[in-house]
Design a binder for this molecule. Structure first.
Ligand code: FMN
Length: 290
C-alpha cells in the first residue's frame, strides 16, 4: 500500500486545493492511503538565517512544527502539492516552509526522488502570477521526481471541478504520479524542465527554476535553448544537493577567514536608524550545547 501525502498550501477547508488533491487520490489506480497536511495549520516560524541546521545533528534551533512536516514528507512514498494563488504568487505558507529549506538537508536521502505532481490554482484565468514557478521550485528544492505540474483555474470552493477539462487534467496527474511523466508542452529548460525564464539580454535567458543560463534562438519557429549547467547546481542530481550543502557549510570557514573585515563593516552600521519593535516576546530558540 503506497503512502500518498497531499500538501495543501491553502488555509481554506474543502477549497480547490483540497478538492484537487482528493480527486487525484480518488482517481489514482494504485492502492494507497492518503494523508493530508495543511501547511497553514502548522507553526512554522520564519528562518533565522543562522545556518545552525547545517551543523547541529538535531537540525534547526527553532522550536516549532517544522520537524512534523519534514517527517510527514519523508514518510510518504509520493506527494501532491496544491498551492493557491494569493496576490499573484503562492500562498505564503509554502514560502514559509521553503525558507526553512536548509533544514531539509538534515533528512538528506529520505526525501530524494519522491514521485510528485504539482498544482498551482488561481481564481482568474491568466492571473496566477508566479505561483506555478513556486510550485515547480518547491518540488525541485524538496528533491522530488516531478511527474507533472499544471495550473488550474477556479475561484469558488470546488469550482475547479466544474470544467471537464480540469477533471481530465487531474486524471492525467493521477495516472502520471506512479506512471510515466506527462509529456511537456511548450518551451522547457533542457536542464530541469522549467517553463519560466528571465531575459538577461537579447540572446540569453536564465531558467528561474534551476538558475542555469544560456542562449536562446529560434529554429523552424520553435525556441532552441543553449542552457548549460553553471557547475553549481542546487538539485539536478543527488550529488548536487550534497555538494551544495557542503558549499553552504564552508561559509563557516569563509566567515572565520574574513571575520575582522566582516565585523568592521557590520559594526559600522549598528547605530543607524531607529527600530520599530513588535510588542511580543523574542522568538524562542533551543539552547545549543557547548
Ligand atoms: C487573499 C487572496 C488573494 C488572491 N489573489 C489571487 C490572484 O492574485 N490571482 C488569482 O487568479 N486568484 C487569486 N485569488 C483566488 C484564489 O487563488 C482562488 O480562490 C483559489 O481557488 C483558492 O484556492 P483554495 O480554494 O484552495 O484556497 C486570491 C484569493 C485570496 C483569498
Amino acid at each position: 500500500m503506497k503512502k500518498l501525502l497531499g500538501i495543501l498550501a491553502s488555509p481554506r477547508k474543502l477549497g480547490n486545493s483540497e478538492i484537487a488533491v482528493k480527486e487525484i487520490s480518488r482517481l489514482l489506480p494504485e492502492p494507497h492511503e492518503l494523508s493530508l497536511l495543511r501547511l497553514s495549520d502548522f507553526d512554522i516560524k520564519p528562518c533565522l538565517g543562522c545556518y545552525q541546521c547545517l551543523f547541529r545533528p538535531e537540525g534547526c534551533v527553532l522550536k516549532d512544527d517544522f520537524a512534523i512536516v519534514a517527517e510527514a514528507l519523508a514518510a510518504a512514498d509520493a506527494w501532491i502539492l496544491a498551492v493557491p494563488t494569493y496576490v499573484l504568487g503562492a500562498n505564503a505558507s509554502l514560502k514559509r516552509l521553503l525558507d526553512r529549506g536548509l533544514g531539509f538537508y538534515h533528512r538528506g536521502r529520505e526525501l530524494w526522488k519522491k514521485p510528485a505532481v504539482g498544482i498551482a490554482i488561481a481564481g482568474m484565468e491568466g492571473k496566477e502570477g508566479h505561483t506555478k514557478l513556486e510550485v515547480d521550485s518547491a518540488l525541485r528544492l524538496l528533491m522530488a521526481e516531478v511527474k507533472a505540474s499544471v495550473i488550474l483555474y477556479g475561484a469558488l470552493p470546488g469550482e475547479v471541478l466544474i470544467p471537464q477539462e480540469n477533471r481530465g487534467t487531474l486524471a492525467r496527474l493521477a495516472a502520471a504520479l506512479f506512471g510515466e511523466p506527462i509529456p511537456e508542452a511548450g518551451p522547457r529548460c533542457p536542464m530541469c524542465g522549467g517553463d519560466t525564464f528571465r531575459f538577461m539580454d537579447e540572446r540569453t535567458v536564465r531558467c528561474m527554476v534551476c538558475s542555469n543560463a544560456g542562449t536562446f534562438s529560434f529554429s523552424g519557429g520553435k525556441p532552441v535553448f543553449g542552457i548549460e549547467s553553471s557547475g553549481h547546481d542546487l538539485f539536478l542530481t543527488e550529488a548536487d544537493a550534497v555538494t551544495h550543502k557542503a558549499w553552504l557549510a564552508s561559509m563557516k570557514e569563509r566567515f572565520i577567514a574574513h571575520k575582522d573585515e566582516i565585523k568592521a563593516i557590520t559594526r559600522g552600521f549598528r547605530g543607524t536608524g531607529a527600530w520599530i519593535r513588535p510588542r511580543r516576546p523574542e522568538t524562542p530558540i533551543e539552547e545549543t550545547e557547548g
